[in-house]
Ligand binder design. Sequence first.
Ligand code: ZN
Ligand code: MN
Length: 467
Amino acid sequence: MTGWEPVVGLEIHIQLKTQTKMFCRCENVWGEGPNTRTCPVCLAHPGTLPVPNGRAIEWAVKLGLALGCEVAERSVFHRKNYFYPDLPKGYQISQYDEPLCTAGRFAVPGSGGDHEIGIVRAHLEEDAAKTVHVGGKAGRISGAAHSLVDFNRGGTPLVEIVTEPDLHSPEEARRFLQLLRQTVVELGISDAEMEKGSLRCDANVSVRREGEEGLRTKTELKNMNSFKFVGDGIAAEVARQIEVYESGGEVGQETLHFDPASGRISSLRSKEEAHDYRYFPEPDLVPVEPPAALVERMRAEIGELPAARIRRLEGELDFDLSYGLVASGRDELYERVPGERRAVANVVMNQLAATGAHPGRVNAEELGKLIEARDRIPRATFDEALTAAGEPGFTAERYLAEEAVTDASELDPVIERVLAANGSQVAAYRSGKEGLLGFFVGQVMRETQGKANPKVVNERLRERLGA
Ligand code: ZN
Ligand code: MN
């Protein structure tokens, strides 16, 4: 990859969790029986008329503001025409040359400073229905025996966000998307869950020589449904394009599918152009003209954004911990737990997360007591307590009563046994491989079923092995 620079822009679709759909009063819910949330409007019966969802417009404005966008005083719905069985009208109501939000900047903190990602636009549209392919491989259309359409999803409010091609590595794209997701969740406007399809991401990918100006031909990677696949898919496509150029070929403009199982990229179709959709203004809807008071009301509802919190927490933690806590939404618990900041951050981010305990249900005071005592109580007891920490009525007290073994007369015989059984490691340690100390501590902890105090074991071992 040396000598080449990836150039990536993302197109993200976010389902808004309004009570009702974008242009009708059908309930907007996920996971109900197929075709139970439909009406003549979202099924496109002739003679029906769309009525825009006011809350969806407000939330799109709110999201636009959080992305640093300008909110248009006048914005227009267009018809985007194409044929597919999940689109009964034969067009999607979307926005074209007068979108609701434009020209934003979204800061992605990095260890070396912020990287600003340009936001071209954030517009409102409606989702298509969901097609389910039956009998094929991995639910895909190729090889399927038949396909079914569930119109429940048809007409769900969507915000489509388009970024500038400002992302220059798969890792950066993944981080941007994670932070965007956390922002959307905190705004309270979407669950933004990639597995459920309420957050969907396509990537426009090209590469160029380092230092080269201008952009080369881009390809579009469709529907990657996890943060990991977004990173892996972009990495695979970047590698493919570099190989094409280095072997003297040309990259063609096309739409691609990334298969996470095989890591392979396959072609879906050659890319369509905007004019293929024959966009024209939706004659059944008036322009959207959000009043200034509405925009200000939405602005006032936006709290401290994740990027700003990462910077704030960086005052007491290193960047990776600070980023990890905020991007995972665990910083709210972290801030409530009293105690030494690094220790609290590590437990909340790693050990507690591993137990699956819901951060919002953990009693912060009690967790603080537990963390404060973690060197005095047996490791096994600490782990057990963490597993229980998310349960209602959890208190640290009963775990704190159990003291770890610190008594040398109990620990020394175990240490002797461990050293005797691992003669070659002892010799290696003494000849300078001091990293092996952790191995010996681990062995002693195992022998004592996690009841020894690791700090004391450490000290005794050092003494016994000779510094
Ligand atoms: Zn409906
Ligand atoms: Mn779209």
